[in-house]
Design a protein around this ligand. Structure first.
Ligand code: SAM
Ligand code: SF4
Length: 277
């Protein structure tokens, strides 16, 4: 199997406790050490990975790890993107941000109802985007919510304002599990795609919109196709898989396991419907 993107969760530690977060169930003992994670870029480049998306937990709680991991990625020709809730960044100096992000291609800062609860949070978010923009491309992970479905102008205005703030790319995420019906706002999502070149949607939104349905997809999703996820020691077909494909003893075992994987994909998203998979 050819892996384009490897999404990793090298820490389960977080400074927030978003009710929706799929990472809340993991235990520290099921993870590698940060030192072991630093060996991954070389291993991943060896089996053709193009980009590593580094999330968590909250990875910016370990600034020197971000710096060293991004450096390793660069050395091995792998794109390094990170996702952060942005909150720890306000306490770092500009030189600390520079040190952390110099070799990171894109820093995606999450924007959602669990992290942004007040006007002060919006002000703080704006300031962080401005500061991070000096050292790396800044993206936004925007989580859909019920008010955006009921009133799609909220979605369009949010996108407009986030791009104005300086976001280079916005990535719209479908909450999982969820009973939202995004087919209702399909035309607005198309309009946003036409209006903003760097507006993207996650694989599940893409599938639902493309098939105009939450099930019976003719073209299967990216699960275990061009995409894989590593949550600590657990190898998964996507980050939302409740089970796992394999539990790794060592990161060096990854290439062999990946080589033997059969292309898979689902015709619906078990994570949206809350199924075990
Ligand atoms: C698990 S977080 C880790 C990185 C960082 N702590 C953050 O919040 O950005 C990565 C991304 O997953 C999103 N996320 C978390 N739980 C989710 C869920 N149940 N459904 C959809 N997206 C989710 C977050 O909003 C965030 O953009
Ligand atoms: S900030 Fe990120 S990792 Fe932390 S609880 Fe929220 S979504 Fe999960």
């Amino acid at each position: 199997m050819k892996v384009d993107t490897l999404s990793i969760h090298p820490t389960f530690e977080c400074n927030q406790s978003c009710e929706i977060c799929y990472m809340r169930k993991y235990k520290k003992a099921d993870n590698f050490t940060l030192g072991e994670w630093l060996t991954l870029p070389k291993i991943a480049s060896g089996f053709g990975v193009n980009q590593i998306a580094c999330g968590g937990g909250e990875i910016t709680l370990n600034p020197s790890f971000v710096r060293d991991f991004a450096k390793e990625c660069k050395k091995n020709g792998v794109i390094c993107n990170i996702t952060t809730n942005g909150k720890p960044l306000k306490d770092y100096t500009d030189s600390a941000l520079k040190m952390m992000f110099t070799d990171v291609t894109m820093v995606s800062i999450s924007f959602n109802e669990f992290l942004i609860r007040s006007l002060d949070d919006i002000k703080e978010y704006k300031e962080i985007v401005k500061r991070v923009n000096k050292y790396a491309k800044t993206g936004v992970n925007l989580l859909l919510n019920a008010s955006m479905i009921d009133n799609p102008k909220i979605l369009l205005t949010t996108l407009e304002e986030l791009f104005k703030m300086g976001a280079e790319r916005i990535f719209l995420l479908h909450p999982k599990p969820s009973n939202l019906d995004i087919t209702k706002i399909k035309d607005y999502i198309y309009a946003a795609t036409i209006k903003w070149e760097h507006f993207y949607v996650d694989n599940s939104i893409n599938q639902v919109i493309k098939h105009n349905s939450y099930k019976g997809w003719k073209h299967k999703c990216h699960f275990c196709k061009e995409f894989l996820s590593l949550t600590g020691r657990y190898l998964k077909g996507c980050s939302f898989q409740t089970g796992h494909i394999a539990k790794l003893n060592a990161l060096e075992d990854l290439p062999k396991i990946v080589e033997g994987l059969k292309i898979n994909g689902y015709d619906h998203c078990p994570a949206i419907s809350g199924d075990k998979f």
